[in-house]
Design a binder for this molecule. Structure first.
Ligand code: FAD
Length: 462
């Protein structure tokens, strides 16, 4: 593998124990550069490889449905790894502290972990790097071009990141090798005891909603990918912008939880005979837009605050801060889809019913929250809270970047000035009706509510 995917966060003493792979973003046994890097080290040092997951419910996934999706997927991955001679140690609590305790107990040879730009994960890495131990390597297994290789600064927009990514794709868009066959197996049973908190958490999640349209785990992720490649990639460039159609891939929940590798998706798309315009449009979203979101969160650690907005956007929003709002809604009004706008209400209902809102409506949804709340800061907080609470793919850099784009002009340019928005790009209901059949979309969501349409994406028990 290309070793520029990894960086050393801590030097240290190579103990006589196993190599540890601390999995906290890329929850998969296949197509995972961090796992492959750890396996390579284990073979080189002739040590067993042990995977570690630490459940930290306050930070890992805030809602029961998301946590249940994660844990059910992890159980499949753990089974798979176990079959390959890589046991999984389940920990719970303060992640860097717990992983450090396990590392010391096993006198590990090396610790390998996933890269993640979110603030709390950066703090985990700082804490781990500052604690003496074995060498600690961080591997970017999420992005095709590692985030820390693609650019060393916050990119202004897709136009500035795109050439950097495209230049590096020939170096990084390579096929995945299999795991080395000569891994030394771990002698005995899994080294971490499943803690009682884990069992309690799994039991308590028994009634949490699971959306049958999004079954957790790597097998389901690959089935969804095959379905997209076979049935919807052709036509993607045109159909993806019509929320009444199933024109998008629907892969974001699995990508978000790291149950599917974006690189493997890109390779699979490139191998198809779909029209070039559809492949290009899809790869632009999957690679450039998605990697731009990681770049934003890494280089703008205040990604969920108005201070992350570009200067022009902050100035224009301040200038219009006291403009009268045509409508104002409370958080509860928004949450319960009680606005005057049928398209917005349909989008919000689609989100709470199915665990995912159509991508085109996400833009409109965010912009209307700006228009209907007393300030940009409150709009940002409300949009993030709703997205992270109800979206199966929430709590993701894509969400923070997408919301900052909608409300704060991030990765965008100034547009014609108008009330409330200032120079932030505006969207309105009339614009939606020019793009697609809004009535058909609203009716589709009504049918979802009645269980007559997309029942597969309806959470159990709702
Ligand atoms: P497809 O169109 O099939 O795209 C394939 C993949 O490309 C997606 O799964 C995603 O990983 C990536 N992608 C597509 N569009 C974007 C984009 N604009 N930015 C970054 N990556 C993209 N995406 C999330 O994954 N989680 C979120 O919480 C999230 N919240 C958003 C909130 C707002 C207000 C906005 C405007 C966008 C948000 N997005 C979010 C980005 C985008 O809308 C979703 O990634 C997309 O709708 C996911 O559906 P899909 O997998 O069917 O997309």
């Amino acid at each position: 593998m290309n070793l520029r995917r990894a960086r050393l966060l801590r030097q240290g003493r190579t103990g006589p124990g196993p190599v540890l792979y601390w999995m906290h973003r890329d929850h998969r046994a296949h197509d995972n550069w961090a796992l492959l890097f750890a396996a390579g080290l284990a073979v080189e040092l002739n040590r067993p490889l042990v995977a570690v997951h630490c459940l930290d419910p306050t930070t890992t996934a805030p809602q029961a449905g998301q946590l249940r999706f994660l844990l059910n997927g992890l159980l499949e991955t753990a089974c798979d790894l176990d079959g390959k001679g890589i046991p999984v140690a389940w920990l719970a609590g303060d992640a860097p502290g717990e992983v450090d305790r396990l590392e010391k107990r096993l006198d590990a040879a090396a610790l390998v972990t996933d890269f993640d730009p979110l603030r709390y994960k950066r703090r985990w890495m700082e804490q781990s790097a500052a604690t003496p131990g074995c060498p600690l390597h961080e591997v970017d297994a999420r992005n095709v071009v590692p985030c820390f290789v693609a650019s060393d600064k916050a990119e202004y927009m897709a136009r500035t990141l795109r050439p950097k990514i495209h230049r590096l794709l020939p170096e990084f868009l390579e096929d995945f090798p299999p795991l080395p066959p000569n891994l030394r197996p771990w002698p005995g049973t899994a080294p971490g005891l499943a803690p009682p908190e884990l069992k309690q958490t799994v039991d308590a999640l028994g009634n949490a909603p699971l959306w049958p349209g999004f079954a957790p785990g790597e097998t389901a992720a690959h089935a969804a990918l095959d379905d997209f490649l076979g049935n919807r990639l052709t036509g993607y460039a045109v159909k993806r912008n019509d929320p009444g159609l199933e024109g998008q891939s629907g892969l974001s929940p699995w990508l978000h939880f790291g149950m599917l590798s974006a690189q493997q998706v890109a390779l699979a798309v490139m191998r198809t005979r779909a029209p070039a315009q559809d492949k290009e449009a899809f790869l632009e979203e999957l690679i450039v837009r998605r990697e731009l979101a990681d770049n934003f969160c890494l280089h703008r650690p205040e990604y969920d605050s108005v201070t992350a907005f570009p200067d022009w956007a902050r100035r224009t929003l301040e200038k219009h801060a006291d403009d009268p709002r045509p409508y104002t809604y409370t958080f509860q009004d928004l949450e319960q889809a009680r606005t005057h706008d049928p398209a917005w209400n349909a989008a919000q209902r689609e989100l709470t019913l199915s665990g995912k809102m159509h991508g085109y409506m996400r833009m409109y949804w965010g912009k209307k929250i700006l228009e209907w709340t007393p300030s940009a800061g409150e709009a940002l907080a409300a949009a993030i809270a709703l997205n992270d609470r109800y979206s199966l793919d929430g709590c993701d850099p894509n969400g923070y970047a997408g919301i900052a784009w909608s409300i704060g002009g991030v990765h965008d340019r100034p547009w014609v000035e108008r009330p409330v928005f200032g120079q932030i790009r505006y969207m309105n209901f009339a614009g939606l009706t020019r793009k697609f059949d809004v009535a058909a979309y609203v009716e589709k969501v009504r049918r979802m509510e009645r269980g007559e349409e997309l029942s597969l994406r309806r959470p159990k028990g709702k």
